[in-house]
Design a protein around this ligand. Structure first.
Ligand code: FES
Length: 170
């Protein structure tokens, strides 16, 4: 469900495009950049703006793996799967993250704390395999280091959720 602010942003974005079929992919990209993901309502609005069936918008969006359909987690974790990282064990890093976060790649955890995504080369191949949390690069990863590096993020989430519980008790 998108809020009023997002609806306004969406309307503004739509108004800057021509109502032609060729606007579809750039529109999807810009809407995702602004909202962080492609909400169902946003895809519906795009379909009506371009006067094309919703299923067509959905079909194009799911064809490209650059698009996501759930909001990002508070900590967005990315794993580089470019050539250098792939050969240095990127897949093991991804598997370790799926285990540690209890989500699959492309998903956001139910509590909204973490999301996991695989990305193409992020330009620091010398540090392969690379994991990125938010804007922070974590170099030369191993499955053990995944566990270790996630500790502060998990602790922060726990602290916040126990703080919220205590606030709720008063
Ligand atoms: S392949 Fe991972 S940083 Fe280049």
């Amino acid at each position: 469900m998108i809020g009023t602010k997002e609806s306004e942003q969406l309307a503004k974005t739509l108004s800057s495009y021509s109502k032609e079929r060729k606007s579809l992919v750039p529109l999807l990209q810009e809407v995702q950049a602004k909202l962080g993901y492609l909400a169902t309502e946003a895809m519906r609005e795009i379909a009506s703006f371009l006067a094309i069936p919703e299923i067509e918008v959905y079909g194009v969006a799911t064809f490209y793996n650059q698009f996501r359909f759930v909001p990002l987690g508070k900590h967005h974790v990315r794993v580089c799967m470019g050539t250098a990282c792939h050969f240095a064990g990127g897949k093991l890093i991804l598997e370790a993250l799926e285990r540690e976060l209890s989500i699959k790649v492309g998903e956001t955890r139910g509590d909204g704390e973490f999301s996991l995504e695989r990305v193409a080369c992020v330009g620091c191949c010398m540090l392969a395999p690379v994991m990125i949390i938010g804007d922070e690069i974590h170099p030369k990863m191993t499955p053990f280091k995944v566990e270790e590096d996630l500790i502060p993020y998990k602790q922060e989430s726990q602290k916040e959720s126990s703080g919220e519980e205590q606030a709720g008790e008063h």
